[in-house]
Design a protein around this ligand. Structure first.
Ligand code: PAF
Length: 290
């Protein structure tokens, strides 16, 4: 009797330079791109699985982009775990991993950048000046280098996803952008590469973010004012937790413009939150239909 066989996945081709990438580019078929900064987790696995379902070949880029970090942010300590990332990519059936170094992506001073417009000045843009511009600039570079037909981004970074959609529309980029629902751990915390920074006590405090969003969602029949006050009540308690949750913003916004919805708004909205627990900044959101 023969043993049942599972088809082993072949390791992805790893390319580091633009030249290697250009040589590999497939001439036919649909190419998907999953842009990442590495430290891959189950949320990234979800992005890759979605990409595999809609393309003939999947490219994952792994690049910690200095342009989207502010001077006092965590660029230096951001987790860099290439070996385990490659193992994840092999398990998930990724065809190509593009893992350039900084000189490859930024061979000289970056004088031309992609400006996100008004949407890049609010919320994340207000608390992380230059973040949206840094993301759009590196994502455009990745699009130009890899030339995907379709690209996948997590809905957890809802504002990032919205500005990328807007960029492809406004700059006529022939790429379909797909948002993939947020993956949560069993305790409700949205998966994020930054979760590794959290100690056990900090993680307990951090759960206030998802609890606040859930409270807001549960109050959705009451409209914007009720949603915000339900979510705010949870965060108010978390301010006195040990360690405390220090809120940057809680807002109910239009999913396309990221401006606050009006008190009588009906239709689609996103409840977004950003907060610090210790040295770690976390963001989360839940899409709602009012
Ligand atoms: O979401 C991320 O990991 C990054 O912001 C992205 C889209 C890969 C750009 O550096």
């Amino acid at each position: 009797m023969t043993e049942p066989t599972t088809s082993p996945r072949t390791a992805p081709v790893v390319v580091r330079t633009r030249e290697e990438l250009a040589e590999l580019r497939p001439s036919a078929g649909r190419t998907a791109l999953v842009p990442t900064m590495g430290a891959l987790h189950s949320g990234h696995r979800g992005l890759i699985a979605a990409a595999r379902g809609r393309a003939d070949s999947v490219v994952v880029s792994i690049f910690v982009n200095p342009l989207q970090f502010g001077p006092n942010e965590d660029y230096d300590r951001y987790p860099r775990t290439l070996d385990s990332d490659l193992a994840v990519c092999a398990e998930e059936g990724v065809d190509v991993v593009f893992a350039p170094d900084v000189e490859t992506m930024y061979p000289g001073p970056q004088t031309v950048t992609v400006h996100p417009g008004e949407m890049g000045a609010v919320l994340e843009g207000e608390f992380r000046p230059g973040f949206c511009e840094g993301v759009l600039t590196v994502v455009s570079k990745l699009f130009n280098l890899i030339r995907p037909d379709i690209a996948f981004f997590g809905q957890k970074d809802a504002q990032q996803l919205a500005v990328i959609r807007r960029m492809t529309r406004d700059l006529c980029m022939p790429i379909t952008i797909v948002g993939v629902p947020t993956v949560r751990d069993a305790d409700g915390l949205a998966t994020s590469s930054r979760n590794v920074y959290l100690g056990p006590q900090e993680r307990r405090s951090a759960l206030a973010l998802s609890r606040a969003l859930l409270a807001g969602a549960d109050a959705s029949v009451t409209g914007p004012v009720g949603i915000l006050s339900a979510a705010r009540a949870v965060l108010k308690e978390a301010v006195t937790a040990t360690p405390p949750v220090v809120v940057d913003y809680l807002a109910l916004v239009d999913p396309e413009t990221f401006t606050d919805v009006s008190a009588d708004h009906r239709g689609e909205a996103v409840l977004v939150v950003a907060a610090w627990v210790g040295e770690t900044r976390l963001i989360d959101n839940v899409p709602l239909t009012l």
